[in-house]
Write a new protein. Structure first.
Lengths: 164, 376
């Protein structure tokens, strides 16, 4: 079978199956490596760490970018699409990041990281904790020591906090 | 967030400026572990000393020998700005290169370069504000300078303010928050806001070897020799002055101990450290000017080579003891290569200890040197 017509079946953690074109599936380095190591007859790749909802999003990303590359889509269009694609709730965003990291899709991982970084920018420690439901586990002394050790950044953060 | 791998958090930190990196690091121990390596450019410089090698291509016209080029890197190490003064064409070309993308992301052409003789530029810590000085050409007079304040982003560089100065500029310094920009001309100190608006100007014709800096609390420090400019001689009177926001007065601080004993050179660091080099005694002394604003706390005294420099963004990395090869950009067939250099840095830790550090930035050799060694 030629790789062009080859279909790969991706099975999510909750056993949902997704049929994906070979070129789209191999945008994941992990899947590309798996498919290289098995015979051509093998079409099913289990993705045990990613649930159906997230896997569907990841496939949507890969499909769009595969096609965008094929038709030489403009950078502006791609950027606009990426922005819309990342308009998801925090839980989904982090699950996409974890899936991108597991499936080794560098561009998606970068896009996710950039989105998270954009959400963090100019926020205080408390605001970041609240936004991402992080429980602080530093003692006051440890926090003060860290601020002192990195005094350049800490003074600016303190000023920002005071301003807010 | 807590479930993200360390690499993912490290990747997120890549897109954050220093202060936001620290905020993320302080959220929890696991986020700290992810951000730790990205927290300090200093750490990167130490652990990855081969750090910077940039290929800078300029399309269009080729730069000639009349060009002067200055490379600047932002405090977080993520933005490189190349300013290229072409005095013959009276043009200044500014290119912003994103790191690690290593590509020119935005450019600016300013058609106000002068006939030559003087050029200067500084980039702010975050890499978003650039101050450029070039000789003005409108009047074809010497000693008239355009000072341009530019906003630098990944998509655009634009001039937000321009001022004309009638004296050569010695130094441009940004305050830590980047709210203020201090400019030291021959006999004049001025402060601009980050938007380029003039907030303070003070001129004194007796000032020689003027140095300006901001303290941790964003006060302006002005160090000068109050000599006789007409006689062209420095006197034994070295003065330190200070101005606090909103910068309506300039107050004289007590004399710096030891400066009355002969010629000295001073450098002011961005965290209010004053390094004085006493030429006759071949001795340098480091003072903390922030110790009460009204005096100086001597932190360190040592014999050293006279080549004192302070890294603007890493205030406790303060001196280049020895520059084996200076940083320079070389144009070859329109390709500009940042040549390697070797530098020794001294560190002040808690105002007492000094650690020497031997850093290599890049390992490339000059092409002709490589060719020579290949021939032998």
């Amino acid at each position: 079978m030629t790789e062009k017509g080859r279909i790969v079946k991706m099975v999510s953690q909750d056993q949902e199956e997704f049929e994906v074109e070979y070129g789209v599936a191999t945008m994941s380095t992990l899947i590309a490596n798996v498919l290289q190591d098995v015979s051509e007859e093998t079409t099913t790749v289990p993705i045990p760490n990613v649930n159906a909802q997230v896997l569907a999003k990841v496939i949507e990303y890969c499909r769009y970018h595969y096609e965008a590359k094929r038709i030489d889509q403009s950078e502006e269009d791609i950027e606009r699409w990426n922005k819309d694609f990342m308009k998801v709730d925090n839980k989904t965003l982090f699950n996409i990041l974890i899936a991108a990291s597991f499936l080794d899709i560098a561009d998606l991982l970068d896009l996710g990281c950039k989105t998270v970084a954009g959400m963090i920018k100019d926020k205080s420690v408390e605001q970041i904790r609240e936004l991402f439901c992080i429980e602080g586990d530093f003692t006051e002394e440890q926090e003060a020591k860290m601020r002192e050790e990195n005094n350049w950044g800490s003074e600016m953060s303190q000023e920002n906090n005071a301003a807010q | 967030m807590e479930n993200l791998s360390r690499d993912s958090v490290d990747n997120i930190a890549r897109y954050l400026p220093g202060k936001d990196r620290l905020s993320l690091a302080l959220c929890s121990k696991s986020s700290f572990e992810g951000v730790r390596r990205k927290l300090e450019f200093k750490v990167l410089a130490r652990e990855q000393p081969e750090a910077i090698r940039i290929l800078h291509k300029r399309w269009g016209r080729g730069p000639g020998r009349e060009n002067f080029v200055k490379w600047m890197i932002s405090g977080n190490g993520e933005v490189v700005v190349v300013v290229d003064w072409n005095f013959k064409k009276r043009e200044i070309v500014v290119d912003r290169i994103g790191i690690p993308e290593n590509k020119v992301s935005s450019s600016l052409l300013i058609q106000s370069g002068g006939y030559g003789g003087h050029f200067s530029a500084e980039l702010s810590y975050s890499g978003t504000i650039l101050a450029i000085v070039a000789m003005d050409y409108y009047n074809e007079q010497r000693d008239l300078f355009d000072l341009h304040i530019c906003r630098v982003t990944s998509s655009k560089i634009h001039v937000i303010a321009s001022h004309m100065l009638n004296e050569a500029t010695a130094e441009i310094v940004f305050s830590r928050s980047e709210k203020y920009i201090a400019v030291a001309a021959k006999t004049k100190a001025l402060i601009l806001s980050s938007g380029g608006e003039t907030l303070f100007t003070k001129r004194d014709s007796s000032w020689i070897n003027l140095r300006v800096a901001f303290t941790k609390r964003e006060e302006l420090l002005v160090f000068s020799n109050d000599g006789s400019r007409t006689a062209g001689r420095e006197s034994s009177s070295y003065q330190m002055r200070m101005s606090s926001p909103p910068f309506d007065t300039l107050v004289r601080l007590p004399s710096i101990p030891g400066t009355e004993q002969g010629t000295c050179r001073a450098r002011l660091s961005s965290n209010g450290m004053l390094i004085v080099y006493y030429e006759q005694r071949q001795l340098y002394e480091v003072f903390d000017v922030n110790a009460g604003s009204s005096g100086y706390r001597s932190c360190l005294r040592s014999c050293i080579d006279s080549n004192i420099r302070i890294t603007p963004f890493m205030p406790n990395l303060f001196i280049s003891y020895e520059v084996v090869r200076t940083v320079q950009a070389l144009y070859l067939n329109n390709i500009c290569v940042l040549l390697s250099y070797r530098i020794l840095l001294g560190t002040i830790l808690e105002g007492r200890q000094v650690h020497g550090m031997d850093l290599f930035y890049g390992a490339s050799r000059r092409p002709q040197q490589a060719a020579e060694s290949n021939n032998t």
